[in-house]
Design a protein around this ligand. Structure first.
Ligand code: IDP
Length: 145
């Protein structure tokens, strides 16, 4: 059983995609174990995107992700990390296939609606950067999908 960090980015929140994105993950059969609307602090954003610190677009990326509310979530399930990356679609909009969240709704790479962790190490780091242990609500559901 894995956990992953999924975040509806400011463009996704402003365009009204929180519900659609949650719905896709629910219908896939994953379990929501935490979620909150928040404005990410600059130091959290810099830690979140630390792997891009040397890239020319780093400043722009941090500015954007801190520019407005995001909806941060933790989802749980078998292979949730790789399966959620498939559901989200490729980073570059020109490569994101129809049927994926980005393929269906994003038309600019900088505004690609949603983030999903790309490995177990990233997921653990990204979750710890945004959530405390007390915020994670993981109980057995009486009804399984
Ligand atoms: P991912 O979000 O699919 O994991 P990453 O390579 O980790 O993709 O890039 C993080 C985010 O940085 C992307 O989602 C996108 O919003 C932004 N980004 C990626 N490449 C560029 C670029 O060339 N210019 C501006 N922003 C970019």
């Amino acid at each position: 059983m894995e956990r992953t960090f999924i975040m509806v980015k400011p463009d996704g929140v402003q365009r009204g995609f929180i519900g659609e994105i949650i719905s896709r993950f629910e219908r896939k059969g994953f379990k929501l174990v935490s979620g909150k609307l928040m404005i990410i602090a600059r130091d959290q954003a810099e830690r979140h995107y630390a792997e891009h610190a040397q890239k020319p677009f780093f400043g722009e990326l941090v500015d954007f992700i801190t520019s407005g509310p995001v909806f941060a979530m933790i989802w749980e399930g078998d292979d949730v990390i790789s399966l959620s990356r498939l559901m989200i679609g490729k980073t570059k909009v020109g490569e994101a296939l129809p049927g994926t969240i980005r393929g269906d709704y994003a038309s600019h790479t900088n505004f690609n609606l949603v983030h999903g962790s790309d490995s177990p190490e990233s997921a653990a780091r990204e979750i710890a950067n945004i959530f405390s242990e007390q915020e994670i609500v993981s109980v057995e559901h009486a009804v399984q999908p």
